[in-house]
Design a protein around this ligand. Structure first.
Ligand SMILES: [Zn+2]
Length: 460
C-alpha cells in the first residue's frame, strides 16, 4: 500500500462540504474534542528504549502487495479478473548504511544492486462474471485458482513440500481439531455442512463427505466467502493479499528452518521481516493469527535456548486511527523515544470506547503489539512486533503483559532499524517498505530469488 503522499490525491473534499445538506448533517454530528492540555502531557508516556546485546540483523526482507481488478475486454466491461502482486525485497544492512553515509538524501532506486534482489509473487484470480477451468460459478473458480497458485509458488519446482500451500497447511495444523496430517474446515463451501469437513494431507483431491464436491487446502482461509458472481470482488482480493503478505514471512521462515535444521537459529537471528500493515489477520482468515503466534513461539523457544533474539518481524502501519491520533501528539514526543500502547490508551484516544470490552484489544485478530517511536530524524512510526507468547489465553493478565515494554527484549533492534532506514522520499517512510511497494509494480521475476540470494551470500 502506498504512503500518504506517495500517490497524488486528486479528490477534492471542499465541494462536498459546501453542499448545504452535508453541512446540515455535519452540524448534527458529535465532534470528538481532545483536551489540549492533556494532549501535551502524553509525550511523558514515551521513554528511551532499553539497550540489548543482540546483534543487528544483516538482512532485511520487506514484503508489500498491491491489488488490481480489471475488465478483460472492452466488449465485456463487467467480466473482470483480479490480480494480486506481492513484492519481496532483500536488503543487505551493510550496503545500505554504506550508501546512506555518503548523502543525506537516498533515492533507493539509484542503488542498482537492489534492483536484482527481489521476488514478485503474482496471483491471477477470476473475479466478476469469470468462470475458470470447468467450474460452475465464480466462487468455485476463485477457490480452485487460488489453491493451484498457492501450490505453484514453490521454492523448488519439483518439490510440492516447498510450496506456499504447504506453509498454509502447516499453519492450519495449529487450529483446534487439526494436526500435521489433517486439517478441518469450518464448513463445506458447497453444501455448508459443518460436520467432518476434513482434508487429509496425502489426499490429492479431497472431497466433502456430504455433497461429494471438491475441497481445497486454501479453503481454510475462508476468503472465498466474500467472492460474489456479479459485483466487484476487490474486498475479497484485498483480504487475500493481506493474508498472503503475512503468510509469506512465515513461508520464508519455514523454508529456512526446514532446510537448515541444525543451524536455523543463527540464520533467523540475522533476518528482520518488514511487513506492510499491522501483524494481524482481519475478517475471514482471522483465526489463523493464533496459529502464527504458536508457530513463532515454538521457534522463539529454540532461539532463546541459544541466547538469540526472538524472530524479528515488524509490521509498519502507515495510516489508520492510531496514526491519526499520533499525528496530533507527535510534536510532544521526544526524539528517540518509544511508547508501548496499552488497551486503555487505545480505548480512550483512538476507539473512543465508552464501555470497553473486558477482552483485550485485537483478541481475535492481532499477533503483534503496537508501539509508537519517534526516530532520530524526527519521523514517527506506528508499528507492531510479535507478541512474545504462544497463546493469549495462557498468559495471566495478557492485557497488561502485552503492553509492558520490558517483555520485548529485542525492542532496541527495531528502533535502531527505524533510525537507520528512514527514507527521505516520503514523510515518515522507510526504505524497505518503499522499495517493496515499488517492486510490486516493476518486477516480473519468479518467486524464489530472495532465498537463492540469501544462500549465495552464505547467510544460509
Ligand atoms: Zn459439501
Amino acid at each position: 500500500m502506498p504512503y500518504e503522499n506517495e500517490l497524488a490525491d486528486k479528490t477534492s473534499h471542499v465541494d462536498i462540504i459546501k453542499n448545504p445538506d452535508v453541512s446540515e448533517f455535519l452540524s448534527k454530528c458529535h465532534k470528538i474534542e481532545y483536551d489540549t492540555q492533556e494532549i501535551e502531557t502524553l509525550g511523558n508516556l514515551f521513554t528511551k528504549p532499553n539497550d540489548c546485546n543482540f546483534p543487528r540483523p544483516k538482512n532485511i526482507i520487506s514484503i508489500d502487495g498491491s491489488v488490481y481488478e480489471s475488465s478483460i475486454t472492452e466488449k465485456f466491461p463487467s467480466k473482470k479478473i483480479g490480480y494480486i502482486k506481492i513484492g519481496v525485497v532483500l536488503l543487505k544492512y551493510d550496503s545500505l548504511t554504506q550508501i546512506q553515509g555518503t548523502s543525506n538524501f537516498v533515492d533507493p532506486f539509484e542503488v542498482a544492486s537492489f534492483k536484482e534482489n527481489n521476488d514478485a509473487y503474482s496471483f491471477v484470480l477470476p473475479s466478476t462474471n469469470i468462470v475458470y477451468d470447468n467450474c460452475d460459478y465464480v466462487q468455485e473458480s476463485f477457490r480452485k485458482a487460488l489453491d493451484e497458485q498457492f501450490d505453484k509458488k514453490r521454492d523448488n519446482e519439483n518439490d510440492p513440500k516447498s510450496s506456499l500451500r504447504e506453509t498454509l497447511f502447516k499453519m492450519a495444523s495449529y487450529l483446534d481439531g487439526c494436526n500435521d496430517t489433517r486439517i478441518k474446515l469450518s464448513k463445506c463451501p458447497h453444501c455448508e455442512q459443518t460436520e467432518n469437513i476434513v482434508i487429509n494431507k496425502d489426499d490429492p483431491a479431497p472431497k466433502c463427505p456430504h455433497c461429494g464436491k471438491r475441497l481445497y487446502i486454501t479453503d481454510v482461509l475462508r476468503v472465498w466467502e466474500q467472492v460474489k458472481d456479479e459485483t466487484s470482488n476487490k474486498s475479497a482480493l484485498n483480504r487475500t493479499m493481506s493474508v498472503i503478505e503475512r503468510l509469506l514471512s512465515i513461508h520464508y521462515i519455514r523454508t529456512i528452518v526446514e532446510s537448515l535444521r541444525d543451524s536455523y537459529v543463527n540464520h533467523l537471528e540475522n533476518i528482520c521481516f518488514f511487513i506492510d500493515g499491522p501483524l494481524a489477520l482481519f475478517g475471514e482468515p482471522a483465526k489463523l493469527h493464533a496459529c502464527f503466534m504458536k508457530y513463532l513461539d515454538e521457534l522463539n523457544q529454540e532461539m532463546r535456548k541459544f541466547n538469540k533474539s526472538d524472530i524479528l518481524m515488524i509490521g509498519i502501519q502507515k495510516s489508520g486511527l492510531i496514526n491519526d491520533f499520533i499525528n496530533l501528539i507527535k510534536e510532544h514526543i521526544g526524539i528517540g523515544e518509544i511508547y508501548c500502547l496499552t488497551d486503555d490508551f487505545i480505548n480512550k484516544y483512538v476507539n473512543f470506547e465508552k464501555n470497553p470490552a473486558s477482552d483485550t484489544f485485537g483478541k481475535e485478530t492481532y499477533y503483534g503489539q503496537h508501539f509508537v517511536y519517534k526516530n532520530k530524524k524526527g519521523s514517527v512510526f506506528v508499528f507492531t512486533v510479535p507478541y512474545p507468547y504462544a497463546e493469549k489465553s495462557k498468559v495471566s493478565n495478557f492485557k497488561n503483559e502485552k503492553s509492558n515494554i520490558l517483555n520485548y527484549k529485542n525492542i532496541k533492534i527495531y528502533t535502531d532499524l527505524l533510525d537507520e532506514f528512514d527514507c527521505s522520499l516520503y514523510p515518515d517512510s522507510l526504505i524497505p517498505t518503499v522499495l517493496a511497494h515499488k517492486y510490486t509494480a516493476i518486477s516480473l521475476a519468479p518467486g524464489s530469488k530472495v532465498l537463492d540470494l540469501l544462500s549465495r551470500s552464505k547467510v544460509l
